[in-house]
Design a protein. Structure first.
Length: 247
């Protein structure tokens, strides 16, 4: 008996079924992307903890079951938003920078792109920073996902610094982890002053401070610790000698 006789009369040919499934999968991806976009906007305003299936259903005009079908749980939704933010962060900050030559050009590009990213988030806020405040003392999968993304970014900075050392652009005794710590501190200060204090010159100050960090690690300016005498020839502040120190 021919196979066609075993199928219902209204059965669709296999190629058509495949095409319909493909269209359905594409539509599902578009719906998920729409939900994630709305979730990112909510998280930037209300924090990651402010995300919920119900809130997203209201914002997107979908049913709760429709949103739930794409994420399954509030926790999965929160983690998906963190991953989406990280992908966009990489697209805007990291990937353009790695097209620059290794060494200081790439390190400068990473910092400049990071500053530009913060500048666009003055009104909305940075999910990395706000999320750290929300989840610093709340262990669990959401905190782990957020911390993992930040650590990944820090690792990229450390590698860029090591390349700058290898290229001879920074001193051979440069501590990449320490330099990364200081650069991250500049971004935290920028976010605080630009977003909280609404300081109009916060971006310029962050860039000036970054140049001082580069100068220190390139030239090896002496550091005077508290209680130690300032080295001769250091600049003076208020009548007392003050050496150039990393920010």
């Amino acid at each position: 008996m021919p196979l066609s006789e075993l199928l219902p009369h209204d059965a669709k040919p296999a190629p058509e079924v495949v095409r319909e499934r493909g269209r359905g999968a594409h539509k599902g991806q578009q719906t998920r992307a729409t939900i994630l976009e709305a979730a990112l906007n909510l998280a930037s305003q209300m924090g990651i903890e402010g995300l919920s299936i119900g809130a997203l259903a209201e914002v997107t005009g979908m049913s709760k079951s429709g949103v739930f079908a794409h994420f399954g749980s509030r926790e999965e939704l929160q983690i998906s938003v963190i991953r989406e933010y990280h992908e966009r962060f990489e697209e805007e900050v990291f990937r353009p920078a790695i097209r620059q030559p290794r060494g200081l050009p790439r390190l400068r590009a990473l910092f400049d792109n990071w500053v530009a990213k913060v500048a666009t988030e003055i009104d909305s806020g940075c999910i990395y920073i706000s999320g750290a405040v929300e989840f610093d003392d709340r262990p669990g999968p959401v905190r782990d996902a957020l911390a993992g993304m930040v650590v990944t970014w820090h690792g990229s900075l450390v590698r860029a610094i090591r390349m700058a050392v290898d290229m001879g652009h920074l001193r051979a005794d440069t501590d990449p982890m320490q330099m990364q710590f200081e650069i991250h501190g500049l971004i935290l200060s920028l976010h605080h002053d630009a977003r909280f204090l609404r300081s109009p010159d916060a971006i310029d100050r962050a860039r000036t401070a970054f140049e001082r960090v580069l100068q220190f690690y390139a030239l090896g300016a002496p550091v005077t610790l508290p209680g130690q005498a300032s080295p001769s020839g250091a600049a003076t502040v208020g009548g007392a000698k003050a050496p150039l120190t990393p920010v």
